[in-house]
Design a protein around this ligand. Structure first.
Ligand SMILES: Cc1ncc(COP(=O)(O)O)c(C=O)c1O
Length: 459
C-alpha cells in the first residue's frame, strides 16, 4: 500500500526515436554519458535519486549552517543513536567519503580486507590504501536462478580459506555490505551477521557494516528469517547494525537524501582518528562536507527509512517490477533484491559472447527502445571475473509509479522481441582506472566495425 502522495512534480518526456538513436551514438554507447534530459525513465541508480518528504524539506529550511557546533548535527547524532544505535558520528559528503575516512584509518599497505562483496568504490578505497579487497560471497550469490532467502550472506568458509592462506595478521578488517549491492541487492541475515562478528573476533579484526541499505535489509529479515517474524524493521535494524564496531553509510540510499554520508562508531579511539582524517578530506566534524541543511534532511530521512509503511511499500514496489518483467518473459535474477531488479542479459542474448558485453547491449537497447536507462553489471563493469551478465534496473525511492513500470516492461518486451537483431559492442576508448572503466569508456556496435568493400576499401 503506497503511503505517500505527490506534492511537487517534475515534468519528464520521451525523446523521439531519432533523438534517442543519436544520443546513444553521441554517448559512445555508454549511458553514463547521456544527458538526463534525454532519459525518460531513469533506473541508472537508486543513489541520491529519490524524493524527499515534506518533513525533510521543512528540516532543510531549518538547517543550521554554523561551521562548528551546528544544531543540525545534533539532530543527526540523535537520529543515528536512535535508529542505528551508535553514539559517535563523523559526517561526510557521501558514502565514498565515509569509506575514505574509515578505511584510510583502518587499513595499511599489504593488508587484506574481506567483504561479502566489495562495492566498486569500496574496492577502489581499499586498493587505494595498498590493501587487497577479497570478496567472500556465498556460492548462490552469482546464480541468477537459485531461489534462496539470503543470497547476500558472507561466506565464512571462503573467508577462513583466505585467512589460512594469508595469515590472520594480514586481515585487520571484515566488512559486511547490507544489502549486498554487487550481488543483486540480496539481503544478509542477522544470523549470518552474528557469525561474521564472531569470526572477526576470532581473527582479531575490526568488523564494519556498510549500512547503505540497512532498512531494506531489515525488511527482508522480518519477512524471511523466522526468528524475526514478529520484530519491527526498526528493531531488526538496530540489532543487526549493533554487531558492528563501525558503520559506513551513504545517506543517498536509506538516508533518503540526495547527498550525504557518515561513519558511526561507539569506539572512542576510532572516532578520534576518523575525525582527524575527516577534517583533512571532508570538513569540520559537525558538517563533514555537507551543508547544514543536508545534514538536517538526512537526520529526518534516517527515521523515515525504518517506518514500516515506507519500507514495506519500497521493497514491494521493487518486487512488483520484477514480477511484471518476469511475466513479460524477461529472465529476472531470483529472488528480486531490495533496491533493483536485475535482468540476466546472458540469457537474453545467448548469441552475444561475454567479450562483446551482452549486458551493455541490453542497456543500450532499453534506452534506444523506450528511453529507459539501466546499468550494466557484467563483463563490462567487472572485467576478468566470472560474474553473470547482469543489467540492473535500480528503483529510486518514492519516485516512480506503476504506469512508469508498465512503460519499462513494454520497452523490455519489445527489445526481447527483436533480440536476434541486436549486436554486441566493443570498447573503442578506455579510461586510465580499469576498475572504473564502465563510467566513461566509449564503445561501438561490433557490426559497425565490420569492414565492407564500400567503407573499408577492401576489394
Ligand atoms: C554498497 C555501497 N557502498 C558504498 C557506496 C558509495 O556511496 P556514495 O555513492 O554515496 O559515495 C555505494 C553507492 O552506491 C554502495 O552501494
Amino acid at each position: 500500500m503506497v503511503a505517500y502522495k505527490s506534492k511537487v512534480v517534475e515534468r519528464i518526456q520521451l525523446p523521439s526515436r531519432e533523438r534517442r538513436a543519436t544520443a546513444l551514438e553521441e554517448a559512445g554507447y555508454n549511458v553514463f554519458e547521456l544527458s538526463a534530459d534525454d532519459v525518460f525513465i531513469d533506473l541508472l541508480t537508486d543513489s541520491g535519486t529519490g524524493a524527499m518528504s515534506d518533513d525533510q524539506w521543512a528540516a532543510l529550511m531549518r538547517g543550521d549552517e554554523a561551521y562548528a557546533g551546528s544544531s543540525s548535527f545534533d539532530r543527526l547524532e540523535s537520529a543515528v543513536a536512535d535508529v542505528m544505535g551508535f553514539e559517535h558520528v563523523v559526517p561526510t559528503h557521501q558514502g565514498r567519503g565515509a569509506e575514505n575516512v574509515l578505511y584510510g584509518t583502518l587499513l595499511s599497505e599489504g593488508d587484506v580486507a574481506l567483504n561479502n562483496t566489495h562495492f566498486d568504490t569500496t574496492r577502489a578505497h581499499v586498493s587505494n590504501q595498498g590493501a587487497d579487497p577479497v570478496d567472500c560471497p556465498v556460492p548462490a550469490a552469482h546464480d541468477p536462478e537459485a531461489n534462496e532467502p539470503f543470497k547476500g550472506n558472507f561466506s565464512l568458509e571462503r573467508a577462513r580459506a583466505v585467512v589460512d592462506e594469508v595469515g590472520a595478521e594480514r586481515v585487520p578488517l571484515v566488512i559486511l555490505t547490507v544489502t549486498n549491492n554487487s550481488a543483486a541487492g540480496q539481503p544478509v541475515s542477522v544470523e549470518n551477521t552474528r557469525r561474521v562478528r564472531a569470526f572477526a573476533d576470532e581473527i582479531d579484526a575490526a568488523f564494519v557494516i556498510d549500512a547503505c541499505r540497512f532498512a531494506e535489509n531489515a525488511s527482508f529479515v522480518t519477512r524471511r528469517e523466522d526468528e524475526y517474524a514478529d520484530a519491527t524493521v526498526a528493531e531488526v535494524a538496530r540489532e543487526q547494525l549493533g554487531y558492528a564496531d563501525a558503520l559506513v553509510m551513504s545517506g543517498k540510499k536509506d538516508g533518503l537524501v540526495n547527498v550525504g554520508g557518515f561513519v558511526a562508531t561507539d569506539d572512542e579511539e576510532l572516532f578520534e582518528r576518523c575525525k582527524q582524517r575527516a577534517i583533512l578530506y571532508e570538513g569540520f566534524p559537525t558538517y563533514g562536507g555537507m551543508a547544514g541543511r543536508d545534514v538536517a534532511a538526512m537526520a529526518v530521512g534516517l527515521r523515515e527509512a525504518v517506518e514500516e509503511s515506507y519500507v514495506e511499500d519500497r521493497v514491494e514496489q521493487v518486487r512488483e517490477l520484477g514480477a511484471m518483467l518476469e511475466e513479460a518473459g524477461l529472465p529476472v535474477y531470483e529472488p528480486v533484491g531490495g533496491h533493483a531488479v536485475y535482468l540476466d542479459a546472458g540469457a537474453t542474448f545467448p548469441g552475444i559472447p561475454a567479450d562483446e558485453f551482452p549486458g551493455q547491449a541490453l542497456v543500450c537497447e532499453l534506452y534506444r527502445e523506450g528511453g529507459v536507462r539501466g546499468v550494466e553489471l557484467g563483463s563490462f563493469a567487472f572485467p576478468e571475473t566470472d560474474r553473470p551478465e547482469l543489467v540492473r534496473l535500480a528503483v529510486p525511492r518514492r519516485t516512480y509509479h506503476r504506469e512508469h513500470f508498465e512503460h519499462v516492461v513494454e520497452t523490455a518486451a519489445a527489445v526481447l522481441e527483436r533480440r536476434e537483431e541486436v549486436s554486441g559492442l566493443e570498447i573503442v576508448s578506455d579510461p586510465a582506472v580499469p576498475e572504473l572503466r564502465h563510467f566513461s569508456a566509449a564503445l561501438e556496435p561490433v557490426s559497425a566495425e565490420a569492414p565492407t568493400a564500400v567503407d573499408g576499401g577492401l576489394e
